[in-house]
Design a protein around this ligand. Structure first.
Ligand SMILES: [Fe+2]
Length: 175
């Protein structure tokens, strides 16, 4: 159940899931809600979290050619939390689609569309599944909650590699 913020339109917020879904789909971004009824703990290992949701992610990975998966598990006691946040906070692209399944907590994606230059954000909450096409300029913020468990899947052995744009766009939207 995400929250869409139109940052170029006075930060107008949209909570209607149908509207959010079609807004994202029109822009080529897949946004869905998946079942997340399995309770998880902050101390759970990556293996435990992956195993808990293998019944949902496994078939998706097989169909879409994903080879590996890992977990971002961040909470208030995570060491070097600001360094982890900073890694995702500058505008970047990837050479493959960025797929995230939020199984606990929340995090906010920011998108900077290349042709229209519109900037909007999508707060992803527990149960949200998102697939961002390769090459899309975006950034991601763990703040203000600093509490998220999200499963990531990858098509290449390199996994998560960010190509930073160094445009500085994100700074206009960060306080
Ligand atoms: Fe990314």
């Amino acid at each position: 159940m995400g929250i869409l913020t139109l940052l170029d339109e006075g930060s107008k917020k949209i909570t209607d899931q149908k509207i959010i879904k079609s807004f994202m789909n029109e822009r080529g971004i897949i946004f869905e809600q998946w079942e997340t009824s399995i309770p998880l703990n902050d101390s759970d290992s990556q293996e435990t979290i992956l195993k808990a949701y293998d019944h949902e992610l496994g078939p998706y990975m097989k169909t879409h050619g994903y080879l590996s998966a890992d977990v971002i598990n961040v909470h208030k006691d995570t060491p070097n939390i600001e360094a982890i946040r900073a890694k995702f906070l500058s505008e970047h692209t990837h050479a493959e689609d960025e797929v995230r399944f939020f199984v606990d907590g929340e995090g906010e994606f920011f998108f900077h569309m290349p042709n229209t230059h519109e900037v909007f954000s999508l707060l992803c909450l527990t149960g949200d599944f998102i697939s961002v096409p390769k090459g899309y300029t975006h950034w991601f913020d763990l703040a203000p909650k600093y509490h998220v468990k999200a499963i990531r899947v990858f098509q290449t052995p390199e996994g998560w590699v960010a190509n930073y744009t160094n445009s500085g766009t994100e700074k206009k939207y960060q306080s």
